[in-house]
Design a protein around this ligand. Structure first.
Ligand SMILES: Nc1ncnc2c1ncn2[C@@H]1O[C@H](COP(=O)(O)OP(=O)(O)O)[C@@H](O)[C@H]1O
Ligand SMILES: Nc1ccn([C@@H]2O[C@H](COP(=O)(O)OP(=O)(O)O)[C@@H](O)[C@H]2O)c(=O)n1
Length: 234
């Protein structure tokens, strides 16, 4: 007997796009624009790691102590809103979108995100969000193509020179020091790439896009084209 509804037969399959890369390569801006253009959901996984780090700092957890972080990891309730035109993040019901971007959180997030218990919890949350995204989702981070969603329909790995990335990042913060921003970026890349559990890495089947000399619009167009090609081949 026919059990598949007409709607299910005609609805296009959900598309999963994984976008990884180091800080300042354009992951967030590109992912939001691609998701908006294609009518997909959007998930900023870095915001989730920042949110759990913010909670740890607010709750007196010693973020140099991996055992203490592991014990506390399941306590905060982190909720991500996945509308690309207005992404949100709350911790225990409180809007965390501003406080997760402070220098203090940025300098501590690599240590917290390296703890395996933190990664296991956040990875599970990310997979649930991706599964529930009706039309599909663009998920950006460091380990999406390698670990979180290894079966993603398309995987992109964005890169850019440290100079370009530092210039972009310091352009966001008035009066910031370019050399100090560059050093901080390089230090965070090394920590994220060097950790044992699910490091920042390009998946073997990811398409690498060097954004150093591309405008944001060019990167978005490139990714939209790659997604279109993949969907046409399905
Ligand atoms: N191709 C690009 N050219 C110039 N600036 C860019 C480009 N892509 C992103 N940016 C800018 O660089 C900064 C960092 O981009 P973002 O998307 O937050 O990177 P990431 O998520 O990889 O850290 C933002 O201010 C963004 O507007
Ligand atoms: N999938 C992910 C995403 C982020 N992270 C961690 O979260 C931090 C902040 O990520 P982010 O995407 O907000 O960083 P920026 O690119 O905005 O600087 C990273 O430096 C990693 O330590 C991770 O471990 N895995």
């Amino acid at each position: 007997m026919e059990t598949v509804s007409a709607a299910a037969r005609t609805a296009p399959a959900a598309v999963i796009v994984a976008i990884d890369g180091p800080s300042g390569t354009g992951k967030s801006s590109t992912s939001k624009a691609v998701a908006a253009q294609l009518g997909l959901s959007y998930l900023d996984t870095g915001a989730q790691y920042r949110a759990i780090t913010w909670w740890m700092l607010n709750n007196g957890i010693d973020v140099t102590d991996a055992a203490e972080i592991a014990t506390a990891a399941a306590k905060p309730v982190i909720v991500s809103g996945t509308d690309p035109s207005a992404p949100t993040i709350t911790v225990d019901g409180e809007d965390a979108s501003g406080p997760i971007r402070t220098q203090e959180v940025t300098s501590k997030v690599s240590a917290v995100s390296a703890v395996p218990e933190v990664r296991a919890l956040i990875t599970e949350l990310q997979r649930t969000i991706a599964t529930e995204a009706g039309r599909g989702i663009v998920v950006e981070g460091r380990d999406i193509g390698t670990t979180v969603l290894p079966d993603a329909d398309i995987k992109i790995f964005l890169t850019a020179s440290p100079e370009a990335r530092a210039a972009r990042r310091s352009g966001e913060v008035k009066g910031s020091d370019l050399a100090a921003t560059r050093e901080a970026l390089i230090k965070r890349d090394a920590a994220d790439s060097g950790r044992k559990t699910s490091p920042l890495a390009k998946a073997a089947d990811a398409v690498e896009v060097d954004t150093t000399d591309l405008t944001l619009a060019q990167v978005v167009e490139c990714v939209v084209t790659l997604v279109g090609e993949k969907q046409a081949a399905k």
